[in-house]
Every structure is written in C-alpha cells, then in structure tokens.
Design a protein around this ligand. Structure first.
Ligand code: HSE
Length: 331
C-alpha cells in the first residue's frame, strides 16, 4: 500500500515512528505500508521505493521540515501526480474554509485515491459532499481519528451497533475543556485552569477552537453524518463554549451531585453547550478523557470512554483506517 502523508506535525511524526516499529503488519494483515511521499508547510519529499521513516523524523526535528529526504517534491503536486493508493491528510484543522486540507482531499478523491483524514476542518464543513465525491470516484474516505483520537468511537457506533437504530447520543468530545472544567471543580479559577491546561500543551494554538466549542462542534457534525446518516455541516450546530462558566456554576452543580461538562448532543437537533451531568452518569469523566453515550432502540444506552487526543493515539487510528481500506479493497 503506497501512502502519501501530508502534514508532519505530532501526528505525522508519530505515524512514521509507529510504522517503523511495526514489522508484523505484513504477516498479520498481508500488506506492506510504504510511505512514498511526505509533505509539510516547508516542502516535501518522495521516493517510490519508500522513504526512510527514521530519516524523515530526524530531518523534521533538525530542520523543521521533511524537505531534504528522498527526492524533493512540492506537496500539492505530489497529491496530484505521484503514484499512490492512499492520501493521509494530517494538516491542521481550519474551520473557515477547510484549507489546505479541503483541496488536498478533493484532489486525491478525484484522481481515485483513497483518503484517511485526521484533519477535521474539511469534514466539518463539507462531509456530505466529500462522501458523495468518494462514492462517485469509487474510493474510500476514512476518518476514525477525528472523533476520540485512538478511541474507536465512530467504528463502535457504525460497526459494533450495526443493525441497531441509534436514536440519540451525547458526548464529552473535547479533552481540553474537560480538563479545565475538572480543575474548576477543584476550586481553580477559569483563567488559572486555562493557564494550567496551556502549560501542559493541551490547548490548541487557536484557543478558541477548544474554549468556544468549535472542536466539539466539528466532532458532533462528523458523528451526525457518519452515525446518524444526517446531512449536516458545522453551521447546523447550536454552540456555546465554556468561557462564561463560573466557579459559582460549578459549585452549584456539585451541590446537586453533578459536574458542569461541555456536552455535544444529537437528539433531533445538534448542540454543544456546558450543562450539568450527574456524577453517577458514566459520561461524567474527568481530566482530558473523552466519553460518549449512544442510546439505541433495542440495546439501551452504552458509553465508551477513552483518551481523545494525542500524537501516537491518533497515529494508531490512521493505521486502523489504512488496514480497514486494505481489507475493503481486498474484499
Ligand atoms: N483540542 C482537542 C481536545 C484535541 O482537546 O480534545 C484534538 O481533537
């Protein structure tokens, strides 16, 4: 399986490390994963025989770009011209116009390449069209790392609950805000809790993505399309962030046996808002954890909990999607 990886930040580097460490992939899954191209904002590199994964990571750390390994290549031209089976899109999420991921994904789908995206921007803004484009071109679009990181939330709902009718779900889908709200439960003021989360590297470069609920709304949109069959985009989500949550709100909830959580819910309509969640509800997780409860017609409510972010966790979701594509293509 020949792969182009576009975006070589924490997730891209973790993927390179993961692939280098896994010599069992061929024997276990019958495919060799060869990184034939890699690109980042500083340039790109390609090699039909497969790039040296350790060299890619080393070059990125030393020079800030993968450019300099293999043959030099322009990342955009690579997606247009290089012979490959799958594009892994791992550039940062942008919720204004989805770029550069939007163009990368559309270019790959149109030329008949499968796509694995961990970039949420294009999906949150145009998932119904992108799914249609993939279907039209006879290729697969996978994005299991966009919700829950390494925790297979999308696959659980789509595959493990196959045949069930999921009637609603609600989830804590943003680890950063959950960490901040957990700190506030321990008495820390919002500003201090945010500073603590920042010092641990949890907060997005653009903090608004976490604090104003954009990241949670993007994940909610992806879930609604993939799991509920809705045709929705981010503007369909009613969204309130956590900036106005006070210590007093948190204390009042605690007196009632609850905790304030940023909950993304799909129950007829789509909403992200800070609401009290009972401490006895399995959804009520602390720290950076993610959790989601699916309610189905015959199976009741089931909750899945796990780490929702992180380089290696998300890289593991990419490997999962690549192997899923391999299995689907092999029949
Ligand atoms: N900023 C996100 C979070 C991680 O805090 O959950 C990326 O999805």
């Amino acid at each position: 399986m020949r792969v182009i990886l576009n975006g070589f930040g924490a997730v891209g580097q973790s993927l390179a490390g993961l692939l280098a460490s896994r010599d069992d992939i061929y024997t276990s899954y019958g495919t060799k994963i060869r990184l034939v191209g890699a690109g980042d904002s500083g340039g790109g590199a390609c090699l039909e025989a497969g790039l040296d994964l350790a060299e890619l990571v080393r070059t990125k750390r030393e020079r800030g770009t993968v450019s300099g390994c293999g043959r030099p290549a322009d990342p955009k031209e690579m997606i247009r011209d290089l012979e490959a089976d799958v594009l892994v899109e791992a550039t940062p999420s942008n919720y204004v116009d989805g770029e550069p991921g939007m163009t990368n994904i559309m270019t790959a789908l149109k030329r008949g390449m499968h796509v694995v995206s961990v970039n949420k921007g294009p999906l949150a803004l145009a998932l119904p069209s992108l799914i249609e484009m993939a279907t039209y071109n006879g290729v697969l679009l996978r994005f299991s790392g966009t919700v829950g990181g390494g925790t297979p939330i999308l696959n659980y709902a789509k595959n493990s609950l196959r045949g069930e009718h999921i009637t609603s779900f609600r989830g804590i889908l943003n680890g950063t805000t959950n960490y901040i709200l957990s700190n506030m439960e321990d008495g820390m003021a919002f500003g201090d809790a945010l500073a603590d989360a920042r010092s641990r590297g949890y907060v997005e470069a653009d903090e608004s993505l976490d604090l104003d609920g954009l990241d949670a709304a993007a994940k909610l949109t992806i879930l609604a399309n993939w799991v509920m069959g809705m045709k929705v985009t981010m503007p369909d989500v009613r969204r309130t962030g956590i900036r106005d949550v006070t210590l007093q709100d948190v204390r009042r909830a605690a007196e009632d046996g609850s905790a304030i959580k940023l909950v993304a819910s799909c129950d007829g309509s789509l909403e992200v808002a800070p609401v009290p969640v009972s401490r006895s509800d399995p959804l009520c997780v602390n720290g950076t954890l993610n959790a989601i409860s699916f309610t189905s017609e015959h199976s009741g409510t089931q909750t899945i909990i796990g780490r929702g972010a992180g380089g290696i966790e998300t890289a593991s979701s990419i490997l999962r999607d690549l192997l899923d594509i391999r299995r689907a293509v092999a029949g």
